[in-house]
Write a protein that binds this ligand. Structure first.
Ligand code: 5GP
Length: 145
């Protein structure tokens, strides 16, 4: 039964997050274990914008196996606590986009954690941040776990 909903969307392992997971391109990580990786979004819509991805391949919310999704959400909560604490955010947004028509630009499922509200955040995936600045923000988040 589970197989019927797993990997319904063909997974293209040349996507940028698959390359990050294989260590082919760098990322500024804040958390990693056997299941998940969390790292800074290089085009943050808000200071502290962090992404959480599963290590197992899946494209969208409908493709990931339910137990893996539950685990991903559990880790998103752990990372969101650290982001919220590090950025001293009064509120925050959890965002997850599916399919190109749904605004998803990287076809490996991920949750966005954004301090403050997505409703008045910067443009999506538009303005690269200075890597040195991102590294400083990441250090604050790592110290908040
Ligand atoms: P999506 O549109 O798929 O929901 O979000 C993809 C996110 O990945 C965007 O917010 C974008 O800024 C971010 N992103 C795109 N390419 C890279 C990259 O090479 N490294 C990192 N860390 N983030 C990326």
């Amino acid at each position: 039964m589970t197989d019927a909903i797993t990997f319904a969307t063909p997974y293209d392992d040349s996507n940028i997050f698959a390359k990050i997971l294989r260590g082919e391109i760098p990322s500024i990580s804040v958390f990693e274990n056997d299941d998940c990786l969390a790292f800074m979004d290089i085009m943050p819509q808000r200071e502290g914008h962090t992404l959480v991805i599963p290590k197992r391949p899946a494209v969208t919310f409908l493709d990931i196996e339910p137990d893996s999704l539950a685990n991903l959400i559990k880790h998103t909560q752990i990372v969101a606590r650290a982001v919220q604490k590090a950025m001293n955010a009064d509120g925050f947004s959890i965002v997850q986009l599916n399919g190109s028509k749904g605004g998803q630009t990287v076809p490996h499922i991920h949750f966005h954690i954004l301090p403050g509200s997505i409703l008045n955040a910067g443009a999506h995936g538009a303005i690269p941040s200075d890597p040195e600045h991102l590294a400083k923000v990441a250090e604050k988040i790592r110290n908040a776990f």
